[in-house]
Design a protein around this ligand. Structure first.
Ligand code: HEM
Length: 202
């Protein structure tokens, strides 16, 4: 089984749990609920992406890191819903984060963040229908992510991941990638289900 297949199999229950903590597909989702979900995503993606940048830079330029960061897309959506630089800076940030000690763990984390763009296309169709054109919720930049390039971007990520695994040629490396992915899913679920403070005022 190649590493991508192994990741899918060995994190399946984590995916199911994570899907269960998201409210984006709720029948009664309001614009304020949607904004709060994006604020939570921001609180996790900002520090996680900052932590990934170092280890993943060794896979450049193949990885095309600059076009993969989702924090700018989240900030675009948050601004469309009334945030500015000041209120974005006051949003809570997730802690503790998965340790991501090396390239393998960082790749596992990136697998989770990149894979979420696949489900994003389904969520995008739902949100467009749910809110309609005049709800003032912006353009769904984060959920849309790469738009019609989701497939190619996912396959390119998979190719880089597979090459890194083949270069390392060790089960220890592959196991650390899976662990990084599981830890990321766990951090995600813990952050989304935490006791929330009062919302940041706009
Ligand atoms: C309502 C929420 C979600 C739904 C409905 C959803 C749905 C999906 C769907 C339909 C796929 C594509 C499966 C395929 O093409 O084989 C997928 C893949 C994936 N999703 Fe989600 N997802 C959700 C949330 C998330 C979140 C929040 C994350 C991570 C933070 C995530 C991580 C992944 C990963 C890593 C994959 C790739 C699985 C693989 O093929 O290896 N998903 N998801």
């Amino acid at each position: 089984m190649d590493l991508l297949q192994r990741l899918k199999t060995e994190t399946r229950s984590h995916h199911e749990r994570t899907e269960g903590v998201l409210r984006l597909m709720d029948a009664h989702l309001t614009p304020a609920d949607y904004r709060r979900q994006l604020e939570d995503f921001h609180g996790l993606y900002l520090p996680l992406e900052a932590r990934l940048a170092g280890p993943l830079s060794s896979l450049e330029p193949a990885l095309e890191l600059a076009s993969r960061w989702k924090t700018p897309l989240l900030e675009e959506d948050l601004r469309a819903m009334g945030h500015d630089a000041g209120s974005i800076a006051r949003l809570p940030r997730a802690a503790p984060l998965p340790s991501l000690t090396g390239l393998a763990e960082a790749l596992g984390c990136a697998y989770v963040l990149e894979g979420s763009t696949l489900g994003g296309q389904l969520i995008l169709r739902h949100l467009r229908r749910h809110f309609g054109p005049d709800a003032g919720v912006g353009t769904f930049a984060f959920v849309r992510a790469y738009g019609d390039r989701v497939g190619p971007m996912w396959r390119a990520f998979g190719a880089v991941l597979t090459q890194a695994s083949q270069r390392a040629a060790s089960d220890t490396f592959d196991a650390a990638v899976v662990q990084g992915a599981r830890d990321t899913f766990d951090a995600f679920a813990a952050w989304m289900t935490r006791e929330h403070d009062a919302p940041v005022r706009l």
